[in-house]
Design a protein around this ligand. Structure first.
Ligand code: HEM
Ligand SMILES: *[C@@H]1O[C@H](CO)[C@@H](O)[C@H](O)[C@H]1NC(C)=O
Ligand SMILES: CC(=O)N[C@H]1CO[C@H](CO)[C@@H](O)[C@@H]1O
Length: 340
């Protein structure tokens, strides 16, 4: 076992890079509206579920204790929810016969944490039936995940409603081999400037990636995939873990921590790694040298505390993208199913 070998459970099928391509070329859907934070309210459940936030926090502490890989998965789940149709829990819906959902789209194949959301929602339902939306539950869980991983706690105003639409063809998230220019444009269209995007990318200091997301970078010399170079020592190490074969059985693909030193800590190691050409994903590595991002990368590599506090600010902003409120949508009883 190398230092980067993994403990991440091999639960879910792996997306072949080539499948990502189909998604990456489909950047055609309309972005969700920009953040609508001020309509949400921390006291939204004061009458209907005053303990909602602490119910979620208690459950998250229990879940995190049993499985530290869950917290990173939830941070990623929030990202996949909020930038597709807004933070409306659309990512949580299970595909049903005759009714596909975002979970049928390729980037979801490695998403995890759905059972945890359902479990936390069960706790909320037994305390206050029908009150708390899955979109709010996920926003709170992601906030708690950041805190449990040593990040700064941040306020999550509430009142998101759950969407009643979830379409796989609307999942237009950037692929790991996207050009950084395209990824920056994607985030900009959703209200995130280059600095904010670089801060969000800092999430890749926790959790890990399956080899299928970066194996193409390992072969054919240090510049294997045609993208920016990977440090040769890391490349050789990863080749041992991942092998060089282009394809691997869907649920047997190994996974590797982004930050092998502190995989469960919100810290600035991501920036130090990309400065050293020691990161897994091509789009991340590009951020080290791109004129729109290099200065931010250098700043956060040198200022750990600035990153930790900024990360929570931008996560708070991410939690509010394109929320639906009032009487729109519904409050799902089970997060993986529409009520009707
Ligand atoms: C261009 C943008 C992004 C791309 C292409 C990207 C891609 C990926 C890929 C390929 C993985 C590994 C999946 C796997 O193989 O298991 C991953 C993991 C992860 N991503 Fe991103 N990501 C992006 C942005 C973000 C953002 C904005 C966040 C959150 C703020 C985020 C949080 C995470 C986390 C926490 C993990 C680890 C998940 C786990 O351990 O289960 N990513 N990302
Ligand atoms: C990282 O890669 C770039 C581009 O190939 C190279 O110029 C730079 O010297 C490398 N940095 C380190 C620390 O290896
Ligand atoms: C976690 C999850 O729902 N994954 C799904 C992603 O899409 C594939 C293909 O449709 C499903 O088989 C997975 O269950």
């Amino acid at each position: 076992m190398t230092a980067t070998s993994i403990v991440l459970r091999r639960l879910l099928p792996l997306p072949a890079v080539v499948q990502f391509l189909a998604v990456a070329t489909l950047l055609t859907t309309t972005p969700p509206p920009l953040p609508a934070a001020d309509a949400l309210d921390e006291g939204y459940y004061a009458a209907t579920c005053p303990d909602a936030a602490s119910i979620v926090r208690d459950a998250m502490e229990r879940l995190h204790y049993n499985d530290p890989t869950l917290a990173p998965a939830l941070i990623r789940l929030l990202f996949h929810d909020c930038l597709v149709r807004g933070c409306d829990a659309s990512v949580l819906v299970s595909p049903a016969p005759g009714r596909a959902s975002e979970r049928a789209a390729v980037p979801n194949h490695t998403l995890r944490g759905f059972n945890a959301v359902d479990a936390v929602k069960r706790d909320l339902e037994s305390a206050c039936p029908g009150a708390v939306s899955c979109a709010d539950a996920l926003a709170l869980m992601a906030r708690d995940a950041v805190a449990l991983l040593g990040g700064d706690d941040y306020a999550v105003p509430l009142g998101r409603r759950d969407g009643t639409v979830s379409n796989p063809w609307e999942v237009d998230l950037p692929a790991p081999f996207s050009k950084l220019d395209d990824a920056l444009a994607y985030f900009a269209a959703r209200g995130f400037g280059a600095e904010e995007t670089v801060v969000l990318f800092g999430a890749h200091t926790v959790g890990g990636a399956h080899c299928g997301s970066f194996r193409y970078r390992l072969t054919g010399g240090p510049n294997g995939g045609g993208g920016p170079a990977m440090d040769d020592a890391l490349r050789c190490e990863l080749l041992q873990t991942c092998g060089g074969a282009a394809e691997q059985g869907l649920d047997t693909d190994p996974a590797v921590f982004f930050d092998p030193d502190t995989p469960f800590a919100v810290d600035n190691n991501y920036y130090k790694q990309i400065v050293a050409n020691r990161t897994l994903l091509q789009v991340d590595q590009e951020a080290a040298a791109h004129p729109a991002t290099a200065a931010h990368v250098a700043y956060y590599a040198a200022n750990p505390d600035a990153f930790v506090s900024r990360f929570s600010e931008v996560m708070a902003k991410l939690s509010n993208v394109g929320v639906i409120e009032g009487d729109a949508g519904e409050v799902r009883k089970v997060c993986s199913r529409y009520n009707t």
